[in-house]
Design a protein around this ligand. Sequence first.
Ligand code: MSP
Length: 649
Amino acid sequence: MTTYITTPIYYVNAQPHLGHAYTTIVADTYSRFRRLMGDTVRFQTGTDEHGDKIAEAAEKENESPNEYVDRISAMFRSTWPLLDIEPDNFIRTTDKKHVETVQSILQKVYDKGDIYFDKYTGLYCTGCERFLTEKELEDGRCPDHKTVPDEITEENYFFRMSAYQQDLIDHIHANPDFITPQRYKNEVLSFLSEPLEDLCISRPTSRLTWGIPLPFDDKFVTYVWFDALINYLTGLGYPDAEQFEEYWGVAEHLIAKDILKPHAIYWPTMILSMGLPLYQKLHVHGYWNVDETKMSKSIGNVIRPAELIEEYGVDTIRYFCLREMSFGLDSSFNADAIIARKNADLANDLGNLYSRTTAMLFKYTDGVVPKASKTDTDTLLKDFADVASANYIENMNDFKFQRALQAVWELISHANKYIVSNEPWALIKDPTQHERLHTVLYNLVETLRLLSLLLQPILPGTCDKMAKGLGLAEDSPLVTDLKEYGGWGMLESGTRLEKVDALFPRVDIKKKQPPVKQEQKKKNKGKSVASKKGAECVDGVIQFDQFQKVELRVATIAAAETVKKSDRLLKLTVNAPEERVIVAGIAEYYRPEDLLGMQVLIVANLQPVKLMGIESQGMVLAAKVEEDGNSRLVLSTVSATVPAGSSVA
Ligand code: MSP
């Protein structure tokens, strides 16, 4: 099978930001995934370099358009490797080959009679580089750029878009997955339910010279969208290159909703006029917002990918983007959420599973993958792995990255629980249990192998490291071929592991806080211990009567929820036996749904305090576990179910 996936070609009037990075990360992830599935893949991105916007930006920078576009295009090109994004082709609309192809297509469409000359008055938005219809405006302004469009009357060339309206509607109905998610298909169909106007595809050179001259009238240059969309063909060497033959039939375009109309209406009608088969799929995602507003250069609220990588690491950013955004919907950017994901999902769940498992192998089997017992009937992890892989594949194919990752994290969570419930540290002590120990360890290390295969498209650097640690080469089919090696039991016993560093060092949230907050914390700390309570303790020793003052009870967790704007806190409603609310700093280690019904130990007679506006009536106890330079909290519980509110003696 073959895959051809494209991103939009980005305007060079702005430097790359997280919005551009997101689309390109998605395309890279999808390419890597299709490669894992055995496909021959071509992934194309690039830059869109003609038009009013670019000419204006160059002028502002006191550069010639050529110098300017070379400089900014190079910035896009050099950003992608920082994110481990590896396109097969980087196209520029100023490439000679692209210019020639656009001109030959224009001539073809003109000769066919689909381009005509006419007068036109319309509302032009420079930001969008297109005429807007009255219906598209919000309070007379462009909904994306918030600017009032200019009314322009011009003689221009027009593309007979309306002639292909019905063919396009029929195609969308006959191919339900042509535009996904469905909400965007519906949006396009609703737009197509009104008569389409023809598309103005030229700009007079009296107004704009920075464009591709029309081959049939040199007093005009090509409208930037008619030029830009053709990149998807020029990148394949259309019309006669082998790559065109190989890839055009499977083309999938990836965009955000801002450019739905050019991709779902202009482009297919252009393709129909050229007499080519339509692209296969248009995948449309939502916006990254900052404080409810789309991240964009014109608004000035952009986040730079290079800064994020520097702060959190490339795989954390890739993971965060794919895990946090539900494909198709908008998402709010929040740096705290990156830290929470890194600490909880990457360092705690995945990182700990990896370090605990490999540490046990080094300790119990001298770092060699043991043989699983042939007679042991424990298929628990295999069964979970089968389900996780199947869900992962289905969701990755559907661009539902969030769900694909949830499926993988289910497996990670089961594997972590499997360690606790099988207690390998107890099995090693009993020689009659060594065969069982080997099976448990094999199941765990094979899970790690599958994880480094499944997560490769999302966390390429980390997976290479995991593979190395498992004694496998980066390009070993065991970690690069999901089709042949996605099943269970492929890792050979006898394979020797290699020691590697922790996968994800935790972000110390305290260090991340601004100095003022730290100062406040210190002050409060002093107060609560020394002056409020007046605890007299010498060298850390307290008297029994002092300890007796602390009222410890068993509480049953009846409800748990996250606390808005906090990555650390969970709001617990417990019965002890009366109902009370306790705010606990355990959000990085526990998911609310996993806590329901759990019996924990609480300090019941603490002075209530307000945390993030919620009154906390007590404190839960937890063990602080230090491992591999990381620390985490494990809640203290009771060894059998007891009535809620039982006192702890
Ligand atoms: N040059 C045109 C595209 C021509 S394609 C034939 C263009 N360029 S752009 O630089 O404005 O890029 C728009 C694309 O960048 C979006 O469709 C999306 O892929 C990405 N994003 C830019 N800002 C974004 C967000 N705030 N959120 C998500 N994606 C964003 O339009």
